[in-house]
Design a protein around this ligand. Sequence first.
Ligand code: IMP
Ligand code: MG
Length: 192
Amino acid sequence: MIRDLDRTLIDRDAIASRVRELGRRIAGDLERSLAAEGASPDEAGRIAIISVMTGALIFTADLVREMPLKLSLELVTVSSYPGASTMSKGAAMRSVLPKDLKGKHVLIVDDILDSGQTLDLVKRLVAEQAPASVRICVLLRKLVPRVVEIAADYVGFDIPNEFVVGYGLDYDNYYRNHPEIAVLRAPAGGGA
Ligand code: IMP
Ligand code: MG
């Protein structure tokens, strides 16, 4: 284990099996939404996945490979924890959203639901384009009060209020490559 990491919270096998379950469930729900409109699962231009960079990179890569549907994959960059910080500082868009979401079933994918500000921002911007539906999927949901009221439709794991890294999640842009969800050792000298 990388020396800065304290302990594993969720190991590789647990992540892999949960991601597989989520992918299948989401794909089934999307397929049903299309069927309700008389559309087939391989109709072009109906499903857009919006992955929130950079934290959701690895999760999204695994998740979409469990979804046997015709979908497009879009990336947005939102910054909320700039640099060496473990406290949310609000969310800001650092890239533009795709402009063609009207009438599509949109799935927003993020690594973690914490204060809720990131997903609230992205969801509001997506909703402005009149998509057919907007769903939110997060790998992790922190059991903390949200700063803004926002619910995820699909959650991999609920976790306690600890700062975690790995499987895409970072501290100061490090540890994203660690294959498990791990708790970071408290930085020497206290505050981050
Ligand atoms: P929110 O806007 O406060 O909900 O924060 C969401 C974003 O903050 C996530 O997309 C993560 O990038 C980041 N974040 C929140 N908690 C953690 C954590 O424990 N470890 C790493 N990143 C986190
Ligand atoms: Mg993030």
